[in-house]
Design a protein around this ligand. Structure first.
Ligand code: 6PG
Length: 235
């Protein structure tokens, strides 16, 4: 993207209110334009207050399909399950929340194939992809290293990838499935929400000229032609 705009907030609650407002507007516009909205939402802890706020928005939730941007291969209901975290907020609203990994498929390659097949049924491109970022510059479950190359050379832009993070991050010692970079960068809107100094530094590093290729978040930002909003709060 040639246009990256930073939005800074005093704290996570203020950020949550603003981002939830933007997401609600995107959903509303998509429903108005195309009769439905299909959005991908980041896992992890940072966006939870955003989802809480968003769930209180008055929207035609029955027209909304939500998938996680990536998934840890654990049983539904597991505290590490991204779709479980999202479903808690949006299923009661009537949204369609789709687990991209059926239920704890043990073999991560098989889980990747299954997620891929499932995603062919969705509307494309996505109306929104809300991304988080890790301190190492990973986004969704695309990590710096060999996975990044796989994500880049994905033959089908819509496909999900079975990804075994290498090296395995200590905070997430489970195999993952993720949207490919192509699926992320073709979304009609791309947004990032992050907190803390370390994440700010890694995003700044990743968007410096010539640096993007080493950082998945840099690739995602470089890969879209749309303006991107980065929402950030110190904590
Ligand atoms: C996941 C994510 C991942 C996340 C970052 C940040 O499933 O873990 O989608 O990309 O956004 O790791 O996570 P936190 O918000 O918990 O720091």
């Amino acid at each position: 993207s040639e246009e990256i705009e930073w939005w800074e907030y005093d704290d996570a609650a203020e950020m949550a209110a603003a981002v939830a407002g933007d997401v609600a507007f995107i959903i509303e516009s998509a429903i108005e334009a195309r009769g439905a909205a299909v959005i991908a939402l980041a896992g992890g802890n940072t966006p939870i207050p955003i989802y809480e706020k968003l769930a209180s928005a008055k929207l035609n939730w029955k027209r909304v399909t939500i998938i996680p941007t990536d998934e840890r291969i654990v049983a539904l209901g597991d505290p590490l399950s991204n779709v479980t975290a999202v479903a808690k907020f949006f299923l009661p609203k009537g949204a369609r929340v789709i687990p991209i990994v059926p239920n704890a498929l043990a073999d991560y390659k098989a889980a990747g194939r299954s997620a891929d097949a499932l995603m062919q049924d969705l509307h494309w491109p996505l109306d929104l992809c809300l991304l988080g970022v890790g301190n190492d510059g990973h986004t969704a479950s695309i990590f710096p290293g060999p996975d990044l190359e796989e994500a880049l050379t994905s033959p089908n832009g819509r496909r999900a990838l079975g990804v075994m993070p290498e090296p395995m991050p200590t905070d997430a010692p489970v195999p993952r499935v993720t949207l490919s970079l192509a699926a992320i960068t073709t979304a009609r809107a791309l947004m990032i929400a992050a907190t803390g100094k370390e994440k700010r530094s890694v995003i700044e590093l990743a968007i410096k000229q010539g640096n993007a290729s080493a950082y998945p978040i840099g690739r995602a930002l470089a890969g879209t032609e749309l303006p991107v909003d980065i929402h950030w709060a110190p904590a």
